[in-house]
Design a protein around this ligand. Sequence first.
Ligand SMILES: [Zn+2]
Length: 232
Amino acid sequence: MGSSYDVLFFSAHPDDVEFGMGGTYLKIARKYKAIHVILTRGEAGTHGTPEKRVKEAGEAGKYAGAGVEFLDFKDNHIEDNVENAKKLAAAIRKYKPKIIFSPYHSITGSHTDGISHPDHVALGRLVLKAARFAKFKNAEIDGEHHLAQRIFYYMVPRHVMPSLVVDVSDVAEDLEGLWKCHKTQMALRDGTIINMLWEYRRITGKIHGLECAEHFLVDSPLKLDYEDFLRV
Ligand SMILES: [Zn+2]
């Protein structure tokens, strides 16, 4: 039986969390007990071997301060079904997180848009099921039942209004170091991947009057007190 973690981050491929929400990942993993659960070794990707990608993900985890575990899913073959949701529910029970981060479950986009990879969408749907399955005492799932308080989704589609913006300006100087842990992926987008990752955070920041920011979605309203805003 594992000990309790504050936050569980799910990725379909070894770099999803770092590229999709790296600033927030750094902020959280430095302060809280965090685990990054990665479903595949990215073996279908154009760059790198599964062995190299596992090593790179481990280095990124170390850099951020999070544990890393790989599950045995096959790249490009993540399917949204009950059996797979039970595997993720077992991971949730093992780490007992208070909150979970996952790629969004309804990403629409062209095949040239990296975030709309079918594995990302399937993972989002699986996490939604798994978080529910994990709480049922009599479900046929390994581990003690557990209810995570909230799922936050990263990889927000461009046409969807985000629920939450996280200011990551304070960790901006450490972001490139995190991304560069994934050495084999630096050739992505004709070698412009780092520029693209910066662009997303700078444009997102600009919308909110911040230097660098990342967007997230939730499925139900966040509980906030109006006094939270009066204190600013
Ligand atoms: Zn991915």
